[in-house]
Ligand binder design. Structure first.
Ligand SMILES: C=C(O[C@@H]1C=C(C(=O)O)C=C[C@H]1O)C(=O)O
Length: 364
C-alpha cells in the first residue's frame, strides 16, 4: 500500500472519530437528561434508581441484533457495555463489592457485567461481599456461584440462607488458568503450587501429569496465590491473566485447565428487583418436608407448565440435622403468570419458599 493511500485512510479515520466522539457525547448528554427526569418524577422520600439492568440488557441485545460486522457481536457489545458504564457513571457511579483481592476472576466478572466506570471494592470473603451489600455500603456485590467443571460454590449458596438478597444479574466467564512464576523462581526446583481449591481441582489432571509430587496448597484466592509466589523462589501459582499482569508473573504453562470449556457463572446481588425483559431467569430456594416423594412434588409443577429448569442444587438447611434446601434456577420471570402459578403451587407443598430474584439472562 502506498504512503498516499495510507494517508488518505487516516484522514478518513480522523473524521470518523470526530463523528463517533460527537455521538458518544450526545448519548452521554441524553443519559444526563434521563437522570434529570428520574429525579423529577420521584415521589416524596423515594430514592432514585439510576441503574436499570433490564434496560441495559435490552440495549446490548439491540446492538448485537443490528451489528453487521466486521466486528463480532461480542466485541461490539463489549464496546457498548463500556459506553453505557460511563454514561451511567455520569448519573451515579455504581459501587460494587466483589470477592477479592484485586486480580480475581470475580473482579473480571464484575467488569464484564458493569463495565469499568464503577467504584469497585475487593472483599476478603464471599460472606463479606454479602454483608457489605446488606449494610448498604455498596450498590451491588459480585460472587461466583457455579463452575462447569467443579460444580457449586457452596459458600455462596450458604450465604443466601443467611442474608436477604436480591439477585439482579448473572454473567458467565471462560476461565483459563496458567502456571505462573516470579522472576526469582527456580523453575526446576518448584516444590509448592498455590491456588484456590476450586482452581487446583479444575487443573487436577494436568497437575497429576506434570507435577505429581509437588505440594498443592489451597489459599483464599488465585490472586492471593500469585501474590505469594512473587516473594518465593521455590513456588508457582495457578491463576488467570488479571492476576499474572497485576503481580508481574510469567506463564510457565498456559491454559492448563482440564476442560477447555471451563467456565464460571457469577451472580450480581443487591436489593433492587428487576422488571421482566422477556428473556429472564429466576432463582428460588425451597425447603420441603422430609417425606417420600417431596422432590418429585416440587418438580411436577415445572414439568406440567413446560418451564425449563436450568439448575438444581441441594444443601443442608442448617436448621435441622439431615434436612435440606433446594436451590433452583429456571427460565422465566416471577411476574410471568405461568411462573406465578407454579410458585403458588409449590408454596402450598413447601415448608418455605423464597424467590431470590428474577434477572435478565446473561447477554455477554
Ligand atoms: C440512561 C439510563 O440509565 C442508565 C444508563 C443506560 C444507558 O447508558 O443506556 C441504561 C440504563 C441505566 O442503567 C436509562 O435508564 O435509560
Amino acid at each position: 500500500m502506498s504512503e498516499q493511500e495510507l494517508k488518505a485512510l487516516r484522514v478518513r479515520i480522523d473524521s470518523l472519530d470526530e463523528k463517533v466522539l460527537e455521538l458518544i457525547s450526545e448519548r452521554a448528554r441524553c443519559a444526563q437528561e434521563v437522570a434529570r427526569v428520574k429525579m423529577a418524577s420521584l415521589a416524596e422520600g423515594e430514592v432514585p434508581v439510576f441503574y436499570r439492568p433490564e434496560r441495559e440488557a435490552q440495549v446490548l441485545k439491540r446492538v448485537m441484533e443490528r451489528n453487521r460486522g466486521p466486528l463480532g457481536n461480542e466485541e461490539m457489545a463489549r464496546l457498548f457495555r463500556e459506553i453505557m458504564s460511563s454514561c451511567l457513571a455520569l448519573e451515579q457511579p455504581l459501587k460494587v463489592a466483589y470477592l477479592g483481592p484485586e486480580g480475581t476472576f470475580t473482579q473480571a466478572a464484575a467488569m464484564k457485567h458493569f463495565g469499568h466506570a464503577v467504584i469497585s471494592k475487593p472483599m476478603a470473603a464471599i460472606d463479606e461481599v454479602f454483608r457489605e451489600v446488606a449494610a448498604g455500603a455498596v450498590n451491588f456485590g459480585v460472587v461466583p456461584v457455579e463452575n462447569s467443571t467443579e460444580g457449586a460454590v457452596n459458600h455462596t449458596l450458604d450465604s443466601f440462607l443467611e442474608h436477604d438478597m436480591v439477585i439482579c444479574g448473572e454473567v458467565e466467564l471462560r476461565i483459563h488458568h496458567h502456571l505462573l512464576v516470579g522472576e526469582n523462581t527456580k523453575t526446576d526446583s518448584i516444590s509448592r503450587i498455590y491456588s484456590h481449591a476450586q482452581s487446583l481441582a479444575q487443573c487436577r489432571k494436568w497437575l497429576d501429569a506434570h507435577y505429581p509430587n509437588v505440594e498443592r496448597v489451597a489459599v483464599s484466592s488465585n490472586a492471593e496465590a500469585a501474590k505469594r509466589v512473587k516473594g518465593e523462589w521455590n513456588s508457582a501459582a495457578i491463576a488467570g491473566d488479571m492476576a499474572a499482569g497485576l503481580y508481574g508473573l510469567t506463564r510457565l504453562a498456559e491454559k492448563i485447565e482440564d476442560r477447555p470449556d471451563n467456565s464460571t457463572r457469577f451472580l450480581m446481588i443487591g436489593s433492587q428487583e428487576v422488571p421482566p425483559t422477556g428473556d429472564d431467569k429466576t432463582s428460588i430456594i425451597v425447603s420441603m418436608s422430609n417425606k417420600p416423594g417431596a422432590l418429585h412434588e416440587l418438580l411436577v409443577p415445572f414439568h406440567d407448565n413446560g418451564i425449563d429448569l436450568t439448575r438444581i442444587e441441594t444443601r443442608p438447611s442448617r436448621s435441622g440435622k439431615w434436612t435440606y434446601v433446594f436451590f433452583i434456577d429456571f427460565i422465566g420471570h416471577h411476574r410471568d403468570p405461568l411462573v406465578k402459578g407454579v410458585l403458588e403451587k409449590i408454596s402450598q407443598e413447601a415448608v418455605a419458599l423464597k424467590v431470590l430474584g428474577s434477572y435478565p439472562k446473561a447477554v455477554l
